[in-house]
Design a protein around this ligand. Sequence first.
Ligand code: SAH
Length: 349
Amino acid sequence: MDKRIAELVCKLEETHHLIEDEYCELIQNRTNESAELLAQRAVAVREPIYGKTVFTRGLIEVSNICKNDCTYCGIRRSNHNVERYRLEPDVIVSCAREGYKLGFRTIVLQGGEDAFFSDDVLGGIVARIKESCPDTAVTLSMGERSRQSYQNLFDAGANRYLLRHETANKGHYGLLHPKEMSWERRMQCLRDLRDIGYQVGTGFMVGSPHQTVTHLAQEMRFVEEFKPDMCGIGPFIPHHDTPFANEPAGTLELTCYLLSIIRLIYPPVLLPATTALGTIDPRGREKGMLAGANVVMPNLSPVAVRKQYELYDNKICTGEESAQCRGCLGLRMNLIGYELAVDRGDIRL
Ligand code: SAH
């Protein structure tokens, strides 16, 4: 093992901080050995906080209708080959109830930026889920909204919000999004959400087009500074009907490496082993756990619409019923010595 890399890992574990150049070094000069060392330290740091317990979130993909045109995303506005759908409020509430029966105590409502989901409509759904599923946290992941809207949804009972910043570098953001979208606005949303009192999840794609090692070092600095309750990272995977169709996907190896670093930066952080990670490798989510992740987010959407929420190609778990998904993940976790919890899965500060 390179002595310098071992020193950096040690410094990171002790101080939870490196400067940008040091992150660059740690990422640029990575080897199998440094990955193993980081994973081992990440699991050791996670152990006293979360043990081998895996938190679950039941994800309901409420709509693939979106007013935005993010260049990487399969459900972007200008993709006319998508069959668009939106779930009726009654269907969403019944998916949530089914999730509750299966043992989920966090329900995530995710979707495109679809104007149908006004504060009244979405707030109404949140309130109904809170009413019919005791001790359950509701997470929203419905994109950018005004501060007042976030406040209204919080008042309706939403507990958490997931909004990936996508990249911590403003110039890079501009290369991934159309010009009407703004990095500053995205960051402002995150600050608003935190101010209001939400538990906030953010995150970025690994290996997105034009991403450099310096950008990744800046991601690590962003985690140090913002300290999100959750940080969702997964590999970029090209979608055939987007301008990035021919770009290479991010890798399992780099994603796991960064998961370990993030665990060491902020030990209590909630770190999902994402569906995208499970898509690029059949044991991707297991490998994510072994690198320091502690959350999985299986799908609770009705099977009839699952293939239509296609953010990227070959997305897994589009054919199974919710119960099968939870069962399959439970088994996968047991095989590596982990156990799915029936728990809201709040951050343990
Ligand atoms: N409209 C919501 C939800 C977006 S979908 C919002 O804006 O937050 C959730 C996440 O999927 C995105 O934040 C993005 O990071 C990820 N995603 C989108 N397209 C992807 C792709 N091609 N490969 C990997 N991840 C992708």
